[in-house]
Design a protein around this ligand. Sequence first.
Ligand SMILES: Cc1cc2nc3c(=O)[nH]c(=O)nc-3n(C[C@H](O)[C@H](O)[C@H](O)COP(=O)(O)OP(=O)(O)OC[C@H]3O[C@@H](n4cnc5c(N)ncnc54)[C@H](O)[C@@H]3O)c2cc1C
Ligand code: FES
Length: 252
Amino acid sequence: MIEKNCKVVEVNEIQTGIFILKVKSSQIAADVKPGQFCNIKVNDSLTPFLRRPFSVCDVDEDIISFQFNLVGEGTRLLSQKKKGDLLNIIGPLGVGFNYSGNFENAIIVAGGIGAAPFPLLIKNLSKDINVISFIGGRSKKDLIKYKLKNVIVSTDDGSEGFNGNVIQLLESEIHKYDKLNIKIFACGPNAMLRALSKFTIENKFDCEISTESVMACGFGICQGCNIEGINSERFLLVCKDGPVFKAEDVKL
Ligand SMILES: Cc1cc2nc3c(=O)[nH]c(=O)nc-3n(C[C@H](O)[C@H](O)[C@H](O)COP(=O)(O)OP(=O)(O)OC[C@H]3O[C@@H](n4cnc5c(N)ncnc54)[C@H](O)[C@@H]3O)c2cc1C
Ligand code: FES
């Protein structure tokens, strides 16, 4: 983990309200693993006071990208950064996805901006692994397909793809793949992760989920980001023990 002022390379709005921020950092680029995140100081002043955490979306040589949606003041400030601006970044942080196991189908499940960590995961998977990306959104304008592979979509309002949520879509499609050769990687809103965990635990699928919490320090000092573990003797920290956990290990 390092703290560094990194030069902004570009900020690009790829679809309404969804931005790709690219910054230069050879050290973070060399060390980061898929599913890890960085804690970004979005302004030189004291407001907003807390850094904002973002998953690393992709790495290209010494350039790291983040994908974010416009939520409030912090992301508004980030969206206005210009080439050459400096951003103070701490990273890479947390525990990312474990993609070293014995599986042939990597099934990605993402809701909205939950698609952010997957370009880097896909890039790091062995070339003979078949990737299928199930992505969901309220409407077709909320679907984020940036650098994903073999995308199958669902929308709550039926404006594109399967009419329903992404877990219902997954449940209707997953029988097409050999259960023993599947690993599921997911990120998205808590309600989606809760429904997915219930499904994968009941049906004994190997599944990892990337969770979120409001964070301050981002590396295990403030204890502000705790999450209840299952069969764990203590509360777990999203920033240090996660953000990626096995679905059966945390209570959402
Ligand atoms: C590990 C992790 C990875 C994330 N990766 C991404 C990503 O790749 N792309 C993306 O768009 N978003 C990501 N988020 C969420 C992102 O951090 C929040 O959307 C962002 O902080 C909102 O800031 P804001 O000032 O624009 O909004 P605000 O108006 O300040 O806050 C809106 C909401 O954002 C969340 N939030 C605010 N401050 C924090 C904070 N310090 N830590 C965590 N959540 C906060 C809260 O739920 C809050 O209600 C991630 C969060 C975590 C914990
Ligand atoms: S954010 Fe401080 S301990 Fe997790």
